[in-house]
Design a protein around this ligand. Structure first.
Ligand SMILES: Cc1cc2nc3c(=O)[nH]c(=O)nc-3n(C[C@H](O)[C@H](O)[C@H](O)COP(=O)(O)OP(=O)(O)OC[C@H]3O[C@@H](n4cnc5c(N)ncnc54)[C@H](O)[C@@H]3O)c2cc1C
Length: 486
């Protein structure tokens, strides 16, 4: 009987565990280790953050689902890795610490034949003084954060209803942030709610970002093919922001969030501050690097993890100038180069390089959007790695060829809702392929013009709402869940 341990029950890990168990049945063990009792459909946190959904609508308890599927679940966090095992047993192991009420703080050591690391991002609010819910800004990264953001938004709306002008800043809380799409979506939802509440004319809404130009999204922007010809994502976004009267601060690294004031610097050397009554600023993401030792107890963490805490996989991590980076550098199998029974998927794997051109301020601060790893690629990687592991177990061949899912051959759709409601909602739907530009196959823009486009309308909102229901249905492992694509 083989044993697969999956670290993390987010989009990538949950998908991997469900597919692995479905294919392996009772003959083999699938174990999930994750610190939160609930699964969270993170994209819908945007709607929680503007009071259109509750935290309950975007989460559900994991334990009953895993029980039904026959997956062993440990509500715990991984705290250490022993890929060569320990003095008593050469089987790989992971050290965990329980987080549930009954066993909180208790340690345990789990052995594995295959390990799938899907621990997602570590939210590093601490890299910017004063950033985040423990400081002076709010976040929508978790359903709890989003609930707080919604309450803070209600307060500024109440003040506007009393006739007071308010300033709302939404964006990125550090120059090296990723996930610009989420901040973009949130600022448009805020704008929509302010209009609904009849207070928009009393609000100064500002989008503050590390992107070099609007529409960069950490993927270097896009060129859309439309009936009228080609249009860049920058032109497209510019018209959206202008139409809605949202002021934009570009190329910014936030240096501090003080009470009611965000301090930032820009790549042209500008050092400035912006007063606010409400600020939703996303944190930079780092990886959940685990202390890792070999059988002798020697630290080998740098063999498995990059300096930013993400796990190194089958990518080319050689340092090169931006112009020399290529699509070929990106991973295909997500297998660790040092331990072929260890994989990292979703946000947990280390991207080989930025997709957007990185800049810095004269003081040396990064203004370099990190590559996004959104839901679709995260889920697909989880599924593909589960298939690799299942192949190896079923054929009793630990070196059987790995399945592949490269972000240079994979498309992604970003549907940014611009408000909720069956009749009043709308969405900006951006589809691109591939996610990582491939200039060898598409010399002009790096992307396939037939599959890269942007659209705005109510239909996109309906699709986004439908995806909310479908992905929660799927994550709950309801009948036929595996037929719903990642
Ligand atoms: C506000 C917001 C909106 C977004 N909107 C969209 C969208 O519209 N479309 C889209 O495609 N993507 C969107 N994304 C991105 C999407 O949420 C991520 O791509 C996706 O969640 C990544 O999946 P993951 O499994 O890698 O990480 P996660 O889903 O974050 O899962 C990580 C898991 O690891 C667990 N974990 C953490 N530490 C440990 C540890 N030490 N041991 C064990 N487990 C651990 C966590 O508890 C969690 O269960 C959004 C992100 C944010 C923040």
């Amino acid at each position: 009987m083989a044993r697969i341990v999956v670290l993390g029950a987010g989009v990538a890990g949950h998908t991997a565990a469900m597919h692995a168990k479905r294919r392996l049945g009772r003959a083999h063990e699938v174990i999930v280790v994750s610190p939160n009792a609930n699964w969270n459909w993170i994209p819908s946190n945007i709607w929680v953050g503007v009071g259109k959904m509750t935290a309950k609508q975007v989460t559900f308890p994991l334990a009953p689902v895993y029980k039904r599927l026959g997956i062993e679940y440990h509500q715990a966090k991984a705290v250490g890795l022993l890929p060569e095992g320990d003095a008593t047993d050469a089987t790989g192991a992971v050290d965990i610490e329980y987080t549930d009420a009954d066993r909180r703080g208790q340690p345990a050591r789990l052995r594995y034949d295959y390990l799938i690391n899907a621990t997602g991002p570590k939210l590093r609010f601490d890299l910017t003084p004063g950033l985040g819910p423990d400081g002076h800004s709010v976040s929508v990264c978790t359903s709890g954060h989003a609930t707080q953001a919604s309450a803070a938004l209600d307060e500024v709306i109440a003040r506007m209803k009393a006739g007071r002008r308010q300033t709302l800043v939404v964006g990125m809380g550090h120059g090296a942030c990723t996930c610009e799409g989420a901040a973009f979506e949130y600022v448009f939802n805020v704008d929509h709610v302010l209009r609904e509440q009849g207070v928009r004319e009393l609000a100064d809404v500002i989008y503050l970002t590390n992107e070099h130009e609007l529409g960069d999204f950490g993927v270097g922007g896009m060129v859309f093919s439309q009936k009228s010809g080609q249009v860049t994502s920058e032109q497209w976004m510019q018209s959206l922001f202008t139409e809605r009267g949202i002021r934009v601060i570009l190329q910014a690294h936030v240096t501090e969030v003080a009470e009611g004031v965000v301090h930032y610097e820009q790549i042209d050397g500008t050092v400035a501050q912006q007063a606010f009554d409400f600020a939703m600023l996303l944190p930079p993401f780092r990886g959940v690097a685990l202390p890792t030792v070999d059988r002798a107890g020697t630290d080998i963490a740098d063999k498995l993890f990059a300096a930013n805490g993400f796990m190194k996989v089958d990518a080319d991590y050689a340092a090169k100038p931006y112009e020399e980076w290529s699509a070929k550098d990106w991973p295909r199998t997500y297998e660790s180069p040092v331990f072929p029974n260890v994989f990292a998927v979703g946000i947990a794997f280390a991207p080989p390089h930025a997709i957007s051109r990185p800049y810095q301020t004269p003081s040396g601060a990064p203004v370099a959007p990190a590559p996004p790893r959104t839901g679709m690629p995260s889920g697909t990687q989880g599924k593909v790695v589960a298939q690799t592991v299942v192949d190896r177990i079923k054929h009793n061949n630990p070196t059987a060829p790995a399945r592949t899912a490269s972000m240079t051959a994979m498309g992604a759709a970003c549907i940014a809702s611009i408000g909720a409601g069956l009749r009043t909602g709308a969405a900006a739907t951006i589809t691109m392929s591939p996610i990582v530009p491939d200039r060898e196959h598409f010399p002009e823009t790096g992307r396939d013009p037939k599959s890269t486009f942007g659209e705005i309308g109510l239909a996109g909102h309906w699709l986004k709402r439908l995806l909310h229901t479908l992905f929660i249905y799927k994550a709950k492992a309801r009948p036929g869940w595996w037929l719903i694509p990642e």
